[in-house]
Design a protein around this ligand. Structure first.
Ligand code: PLP
Length: 402
């Protein structure tokens, strides 16, 4: 017990606890009690890290790469990251414009810490990845949530966006393909938003974590292709967590203007120093070794996505936009809100997720966590068998709601 007069920092109290926690805690308790819980809440590929990557991590330890590295990460890895964006996108960056950090999440945290002053506003299209608003708040900034419409396939709408711009707008976060919707922003919308960003001098934060996991034949649009002038005011966030099934290795990176990266290095030098050395060597092997792994993930996800979307769309009252990337489906269940079963009233996404867990033994993430209460997020980074079984249970549970 803390002393009676001891108070925690205001900044902690500012950040709301995640609405997913309640469902997660309940899922764990049910599992521990022996219940057959099907888990659709996972945000990581269901394949192991490629063997050659694991071997590189082990070799790094054997070779003595077990000490501090430069704050921004080993230069070989930063050079490999530059080579990758050059090959993939024809963008020219120097290793000094790259910071390697402890996962994409940490990189985004560093960006906000480096750029925000109290009152600075950051435009965040919603549905958004859960961590953007609290990260902005923890850096003293103000998240400004810009709704995206399901009817518009969750694409950016520059006219809607314009309504949220103020003199305090300092940055915008773009995440395409998106977690949780799987949406890919259109070239047209990105070009219009690029023009706004350029004219107003905003920093663009492009979270490209799922760029390797897309279900289209053509390369997806990117704001830096829409308007290359933005390179001087864009920070790209990416990593190996999703594309190489390396969530536990904790390696991500940010690429951008030298001044911003230097400021982020200052923050990193006073917090984590550097990401784990063996993990950096493993990430280097991922980038320099065979590149077929993300394609294998895609191949595995394609039939699951097709089955999931069809099954959801066949449920009365449910709508579901087909995801163009990532490994989530984000159906709209609001037609079931206000209904009940055995006295359990479905008030919104949190109570629906709770109901699906208790009645169908299916763990999901409520849309409220992503700023979109009409929806529920399902991850299809799980086996087809689990998906088929889960959908059967969900249909039965929904049919029981009156
Ligand atoms: N950005 C998005 C959109 C994500 O979904 C995630 C992880 O779920 C991250 C960033 C962070 O990834 P990492 O595990 O590398 O921190």
């Amino acid at each position: 017990m803390l002393p009676e007069k001891f108070v925690l920092a205001d900044r902690v109290l500012q950040v709301a606890p995640s609405p997913t926690l309640a469902v997660n805690a309940k899922a764990k308790a049910l599992k521990a009690a022996g219940a057959d819980v099907l888990n659709f809440s996972v945000g990581e590929p269901d394949m192991p890290t490629p063997v050659h990557v694991c071997e590189a991590g082990k070799r790094a330890i054997d070779q003595g790469h077990t000490r501090y590295t430069p704050v921004a990460g080993i230069v070989e890895l930063r050079a490999a990251i530059c080579a990758k964006v050059k090959a993939d996108h024809d963008w020219a960056y120097e290793p000094d414009q790259v910071q390697v950090c402890c996962g994409g999440k940490h990189g985004l945290y560093n960006i906000f810490q480096a750029i925000l002053n109290p009152g600075d506003e950051v435009l965040i299209p919603a549905p958004y990845w859960v961590s953007y608003p609290p990260m902005v708040q923890l850096a003293g900034g103000t998240p400004v949530i810009v709704p995206l419409a399901e009817a518009n396939n969750f694409d950016l709408d520059p006219e809607v966006l314009a309504g949220y711009v103020t003199a305090k707008t300092k940055a915008i976060v773009l995440n395409s393909p998106s977690n949780p919707t799987g949406a890919v922003f259109s070239q047209k919308a990105l070009a219009a938003v690029a023009q706004m960003a350029y004219k107003n001098g905003w920093l663009v934060i492009s979270d490209d974590m799922y760029e390797e996991l897309t279900y289209t034949d053509v390369r997806i649009p990117h704001i830096l292709h829409a308007d290359p002038r933005l390179k001087e005011q864009t920070v790209i966030s990416n990593g190996v967590s999703k594309s190489f099934a390396m969530t536990g290795w904790r390696i991500g990176w940010s690429i951008g203007p030298m001044e911003v990266i230097r400021a982020m290095n200052r923050i990193q030098s006073q917090s984590t120093s550097n990401p784990a050395a063996p993990s950096q060597y493993a990430a280097l092997a991922a980038l320099q070794g065979p590149q077929e792994f993300p394609g294998r993930l895609r191949e595995a996800f394609i039939p699951r996505r097709a089955f999931f979307v069809d099954a959801l769309q066949s449920i009365p009252g449910v709508t579901c936009v087909t995801p163009k990337g990532a490994f989530y489906v984000f159906p709209n269940f609001s037609a079931y809100y206000g209904k009940s079963c055995n006295g359990q009233v479905i008030e919104g996404s949190v109570s629906l997720a709770d109901y699906l867990l208790s009645e169908a033994k299916v763990a999901t993430v409520p849309g409220a966590a992503f700023g979109a209460d009409a929806f529920i997020r399902f991850s299809f980074a799980t086996s087809m068998e689990v998906i088929v079984k889960g959908m059967e249970r969900i249909k039965i549970a929904l049919a029981a709601l009156q």
